[in-house]
Ligand binder design. Sequence first.
Ligand code: GDP
Ligand code: MG
Length: 177
Amino acid sequence: YGDYNQKIDYVFKIVLIGDSAVGKSQLLARFARNEFSLESKATIGVEFQTKTLVIDNRTVKAQIWDTAGQERYRAVTSAYYRGAVGAMLVYDLSKRQSFDHMARWLEELRGHADKNIVIMLVGNKSDLGSLRAVPTEDAKEFAERENLFFMETSALESTNVETAFLTVLTDIYKIVS
Ligand code: GDP
Ligand code: MG
């Protein structure tokens, strides 16, 4: 009963990065607990959440780290990136600036993380289609050039959230198994 006796085969650390208010915490809440809140609260206290899932008959614990309001450039510490095998690089597709900042978030990530880290570019808030400021093609092009996975998600509507995390986790699994 419960899962406290469950044998864990792998623990994968995933980091969430991107500008403030793009929806990182809500993507995590949606994936880990199937929750969503429209009231933006700055993340406090909790450093990461976990979700255990089965991939290829193995038990994988995803340990997903969320920034605690450190989203200013270069404010995220190297401890945050340490040991990460996956990253979600999140922008808000209704805020052009959050996409324009992806290049420097990526540069910072690559400067700190393992060179084999699996990265997903995530255009969040796809439910705000009428306010779209980032064409899908622009993001696709950036992702292809930088060798990243790419997906548009909505934490609000629960679109592609699980798929985005599962894609990253499955790719990490393929690398380490
Ligand atoms: P963070 O600073 O990147 O962690 O962003 P939050 O997760 O705190 O989200 C910032 C704001 O955007 C909050 O008001 C959320 O409710 C809202 N938000 C997050 N994801 C979505 C989404 O997919 N669609 C919409 N419309 N709003 C979202
Ligand atoms: Mg947050």
